[in-house]
Design a protein around this ligand. Sequence first.
Ligand code: ATP
Ligand code: LTN
Length: 326
Amino acid sequence: MKKVLTGLQPTGEITLGNYIGAIKPMTKLQDEYDSYLFVADMHSITVAQNPKELRNNIKKLLALYLACGIDPNKNTIYIQSENEYHTNISWLLECTTYFGELSRMTQFKDKSKKNANFSCGLFTYPVLMAADILAYDIDYVPVGIDQKQHVELTRDIADRFNKKYGDTFKLPEPLISESGTKIMDLTDPIHKMSKSGDNEKGIIRMLDEPEVIRKKIMGAVTDSEATVKFDMENKSGVSNLMNIYSAITGKTNEEIEKEFENCNYGEFKRSVADVVVAEISAIQEKYYKIINGNELDEILDKGINITRKIAKEKYEDMKNKMGLGR
Ligand code: ATP
Ligand code: LTN
């Protein structure tokens, strides 16, 4: 059985963008693949985190995974920092990765601009991500388009290691959701909807109250043309709402254009709000049961036992091939 793996960072309350780009695809893939889903808490500390909030966000993210339809019987679910072999493997990979390669990563370039005192971890972030993937001989990595470059780097690192030390890693492929959907900020639709963003009006959070969600969608930026037509370049606001509608209903852009042919933007937005609220309300209902229950610990214990064993074996193999230790 082929393997898929992905992770999300507990950097804030997750958004509709995270759900559409990363979690929803996993709820489909889990039926066909041996699936691994983790919380990338080690990645989250590459930028400053408040410890209390971080711990809380980790738990919330795990509960949301389950509430969104991730089945613990079909997935190995775990917390990255509980498996020390990820960082062990990462160090070995760092020593086979070039400074120049990491300097070219667009996420690093963007995030390092935001804070002059950025951490070294922000720079080596993609190598830890490579370790997360390569430890388990993963075939496919479902991620949003913004993470594609990191998966490609992972392939380069793995290929170089294999050539230097002998066959060790499987080369993973990024799996970008069908339309390559990147959900944009509702009020600034040329920038992605990001969970660590602070423009709350443009971000739909998975735990927002239904009325708040409705208000945010009704207030989304559109244009003066008043036709529901997909054109990301010139009509980014409307196209973004179409992407959201499409991701939830499964309808194509052509079908959506036809459905709203004679409608104004107000009517279109109301329909988008209806489907989003229906989907998110069902998730929230499950979420509150899970967060107040005690099933998470058992799932995480099982996940860490499985993954630690696999990652340890890979680490020992790497160390051995590199001539480390006795
Ligand atoms: P941060 O604000 O901390 O950078 P983020 O919201 O960008 O967080 P990540 O934790 O970096 O989210 O990403 C989790 C997953 O969700 C990744 O696979 C990423 O590609 C996907 N993703 C994030 N934002 C969006 C979006 N707006 N549309 C589609 N997919 C997204
Ligand atoms: N960098 C990713 C989170 C992440 C990840 C991974 C995704 C860390 N390790 C391994 C896929 C595979 C992000 O910010 N979305």
